[in-house]
Structure formats: C-alpha cells, structure tokens
Write a protein that binds this ligand. Structure first.
Ligand code: GLN
Length: 546
C-alpha cells in the first residue's frame, strides 16, 4: 500500500482537488492503478443537505452518494467511477464509531478520538486501498491545516505513515504564495507558517505546491526550501492555468512524477500523454466558436454548476470549438426583457437543475423563447421539468400548470412528488438518487445522440412528470423519448424542433475529457448549425473557453 496525502494551508479554495486529481493523472499516465479519497472534515454525513452557495455543486455518484464536487474532478481526471467509500466526512466516521459503540464492539473501553476515531479513519483508507488493489492511493484532506475539524484526520494519516514505514507515504502540502505591494512581491511567510503548523502535528511535507497568480521565481523556491526543509526541486510552482486540464502537464514539467516515484520507490516508467495533449491542443486552438446561454439561479457562484461547465470544456477539447458560456440569473430575466433578447440571440440554451420556487418563471421564459425560435435547448432535471410546465401552459393552454414543489395548490400538477417521497420525514439522502437504467425510444433524437437505446444515468430528484398529461403532450408535439423500466418519464423532446431535449437525469456527471457527454456534444453541434443557419456576425473566438 502506497499513499499520497494532499493537505492545504493558508486558505481554502486553492484548488487542492485539481492538484490531487492531477497527481492521479500523472500516475495513470505511467500505467499505475490509482484510487482516490476525499476527506471532508465537516460534520454533515454527506454533501446532499448543503447549499450550493456554500459548497458548490453536489456531485452524485453511481451508488447515489451525494458527494463533494471534488469527486467529480477525480472522476473526470482519472476516468474511473467512484462510490460513497471515496468520500469520508466527520459525520460518516462518527456515525460508524457511535454505531459500533452501541453494538458493544468496544465493550469495556472508553471510546476516544485517539485511538477509536483515528482507527476508523485508517480502517476506511486501508479498506478502500486494499479492496481495489490500487498501487497508489491518493488522499485529499479538505479544509486548511490548523482547523479543529481536520485534526483527527491528520493525526490518523500521521499514524498511518508510521505504521506503513519508509517509502510508503508521501505528503504534499498546497499553499498560497500571494503577490502583494506596488512592485508585485511574492510572499513566502504564509507558507512558512502553514508548514510549521503541519510539522507541529508531526507531519513533514515532502513536496510543496505553491499556488500563485504568477510562476515562482527561483529565489522564492530557494527561500521556501530553506524555511520549510524541502529540497528546492520539491517546491513546485502551480500558477493559475487557462483550464484545469493543463495542470498535470505543469506538474510533469517540474518533475513531480519522478520525485513521487523516487519517494514511493515506484518502478520507473515513462508517462504517456498522447490523448491528453491532443485534447489540450484542440482545446487551446479552436477554429470556430459558439455562445451558450445558461439560465439558473446560482449564477454568481460558478462552482454551483461545475460539472456543466466541465462538460462544455470536454466538448471544446474534443471538437475544437471555442465555447463561451453566458450566465443569466433567471430572476433577472423576468425583470429585464433585453436580457431575454440576449438569451434568444445565443447559439444554444442550457437550463440546469435546481430547487424551489425562486427563479422558475425566468427559466420558463427562456425555454419558451428557445422552443418558439428554434434555438437549441437542453433542459436538465429542473430544467426538464420547467420545459414540461412551459409546454403545458403555452401549448396546452393550462395557464395554471406548475410543479407542486413551486405551487402546492396548482390546478394542473404537471410535475408532482414521486409516490415514494410522500410521507418522508428525513431530507438527507432520501431523493431518487444514483445511476438507473433508462430505455430510449428507437429513432428518437436522443437515441441517435447516444447511438443506443439502453443507457444508465445518474439521478437526484424528488418530483417527476405526472403521467396524466402525457397523452396531451404527445398529441401537441412533445414526445416522451426515454423511460425508466418502471415507467417514469426520463426524456422529452420536440421532434419538429432542431434540438429541444429535456432529461430528468444529470448527464453532466458522466462527461469526461476523453468522452464528452453525447447530450452536451449534441447541443454544441446543434449550436454550430444554428449559428450557420442565420445571417449574423459570428461570436468572436474565445480560446480561454467556457
Ligand atoms: N427540484 C426538482 C426535484 O426535486 C429538480 C431537482 C434537480 O434539478 N436536481 O425533482
């Protein structure tokens, strides 16, 4: 068992998730088998009950775990599916320890943080690593060194390093080197303090990843080396990149792969980045460009829609089409008609998932504009439910149609609570979650995009399309083109429209750099066709992408 631990210092939000994912890519490029765990020191059992404004998107795994968004980065960089065991939280660990105590597993003992909580943490890490037979296990510790919540986890990792012995564990510490003052001086003091904090708990980092807006000058590397007791070549400069998929090559260029290989005594192997580099080459040199409007209510915090943005990055790198995302707050659309005009002049529209009544009318205005003007549209989860309601109101004339989530008294509950949700008392992990099979209608546009009729996609919802309206939908030109084996509506499309597709599931979670999701790819291709079908100035290329 070999383990790489990534911790963070100075501030949170340094992109540790991308660093950890990139290390995984470095190892996979050398043909090593890798697994990866995220430690979230908060007390929530999972991320499902957290507001996207605080923690960004909730990422859903195949097994239905509602996880931290870094699990999405891991899946995208490593191209391997993960499950709930790969996301540890204080809530989960304590829950298990308390259950064991109640069962009598520790009978006679006083149950304590050391050794019982730390023991449980080590047990989970060992179990994941051993059961998957991974040559290297990556462990990212969320939060910042010095936080009370992360102490038991760091202590457990220190113990594990002692138990495993020499050349079995490497510690990577990610810090911030701010650039301050009128002459733009790079400051190492926060890094020095944060490394001191880490050493005080018995962990000596082997590598320091310095996040900074600019590349580190050699004298700054030397200074960090001296104060933090790491060789200068182990001080790695990680300046901001145009796209996160650049980071593995930034680390590779500074010899991180070799340094880790030596630290962990891994067999020497040359990395292969052929496909990865081709992706970046196309990504950075698009020959055309489209603008896609995204209408949602968490638009100030882009992390709330992270997997959607990533899916478009994948399309850009695969198709060589520059994709500019234009974000619109759905509430503002109802107040400012000029904004709606701008949405209509985009090359395509995405309405992602969401919850609650705020902003739904704006989403429906945008969807209505797309439906009536031939603008390509993809609706995901709430976006799909809104498309059904908009259709019922406008085309079927059911002006009071709504979702019971928005209006419990609506005369036409086109979207209503799933039967099994009725009477539920707990909100944690009780939605319809995870990967489920869906059968697509042969000959439909969506089946054409997937190139098959049986698919599996991830879900996260409590409400569904009411079956009582389907005959009228079909009669008026909105077709059901996907269903679950038990008959729930999973996909709707307007066959007479160039591209109008809504899906109950979340395709964004399954898009990968190597394989952009077919629905996003289809939307981008439809956006290109839409752009070419009109006489108007093309949107200027944006190499920086989405
Ligand atoms: N609020 C809707 C539901 O619960 C949609 C959920 C979502 O978009 N993820 O069904």
């Amino acid at each position: 068992m070999k383990v790489i631990v990534v911790s963070g210092g100075v501030i949170s939000g340094l992109g540790k998730g991308i660093t950890t994912s990139s290390l995984g890519r470095l190892l996979k490029a050398r043909g090593f088998s890798v697994t990866i765990l995220k430690i979230d020191p908060y007390l929530n059992v999972d991320a499902g009950t957290m507001n996207p404004y605080q923690h960004g998107e909730v990422f859903v795994l195949d097994d239905g775990t509602e996880a931290d968004l870094d699990l999405g980065n891991y899946e995208r960089f490593l191209d391997q599916p993960l499950n709930g065991r790969h996301n540890l939280t204080t809530g989960k660990i304590y829950r298990t320890v308390i259950e064991k105590e109640r069962r009598g597993d520790y009978l006679g003992n006083t149950v304590q943080i050391i050794p019982h909580v730390t023991g449980e943490i080590k047990r989970v890490i060992r179990e994941v690593s051993e059961s998957e037979g991974a040559e290297v296990t990556l462990v990212e510790v969320g939060g910042t060194v010095g936080d009370i919540e992360s102490m038991p986890f760091l202590e457990a990792l220190r113990e594990l390093s002692y138990e495993l012995g020499e050349h079995r564990m490497a510690f990577v510490h990610t810090t911030l080197v701010p650039v301050v003052g009128p002459v733009g001086e790079s400051k190492t003091k926060p890094t020095q303090h944060s490394v001191r904090e880490l050493r005080a708990i018995g962990i000596r980092p082997h590598l320091i990843f310095a996040r900074s807006p600019v590349p580190l000058a050699p004298e700054i590397k030397t200074k960090i080396s001296l104060f933090c007791d790491v060789p200068p070549q182990a001080v790695i400069s990680v300046p901001d990149q145009r796209v996160v998929y650049d980071v593995p090559l930034v680390l590779e260029a500074q010899g991180v792969g070799e340094i880790l290989g030596r630290l962990l005594e891994l067999p020497e192997r040359a990395p292969d980045y052929t496909a990865w580099s081709e992706f970046l080459q196309r990504y950075h040199h698009p020959d055309r460009s489209v603008q896609i409007a995204v209408v949602g209510k968490y638009t100030e915090l882009r992390d709330a829609y992270l997997s959607h943005s990533e899916a478009f990055h994948h399309c850009q790198g695969r198709l060589g089409v520059g994709i500019r995302l234009a974000w619109y707050d759905s509430e503002e659309l109802t107040r400012d008609p000029a904004l709606l005009q701008r949405v209509a002049r985009s090359d395509a529209l995405l309405v992602p998932g969401g919850f609650g009544p705020r902003g739904v009318e704006g989403k429906m205005l945008a969807i209505g504009a797309a439906r009536s003007s031939g603008l390509p549209f993809l609706g995901v989860c709430y976006g799909f439910q809104m498309a059904a309601i908009e259709f019922a109101r406008t085309t079927l004339g059911l002006t009071g149609a709504s979702s019971t989530e928005v209006d419990p008294e609506t005369p036409d509950p086109v979207v209503c609570l799933l039967e099994e949700q009725k009477g539920l008392e707990h909100l944690g992990a009780t939605m319809r979650l995870g990967a489920q099979r869906i059968d697509l209608v042969p000959g439909s546009k969506i089946a054409g995009l997937y190139g098959r009729t049986e698919i599996r996609e991830r879900h996260r919802h409590r409400y569904e399309i009411h079956p009582g309206y389907l005959d009228r939908f079909e009669g008026a030109g909105l077709r059901v083109t996907g269903r679950s084996p038990d008959g729930r509506v999973e996909a709707l499309e307007v066959p007479s429209h160039p591209f109008f597709i809504g899906v109950q599931f979340h395709p964004e979670f399954l898009s990968r750099p190597e394989a952009p999701h077919p629905l996003y790819r289809g939307l981008v291709e439809a956006a290109l066709a839409h752009q070419q079908s009109e006489v108007r100035a093309p949107v200027p290329p944006s190499p920086a992408g989405a």
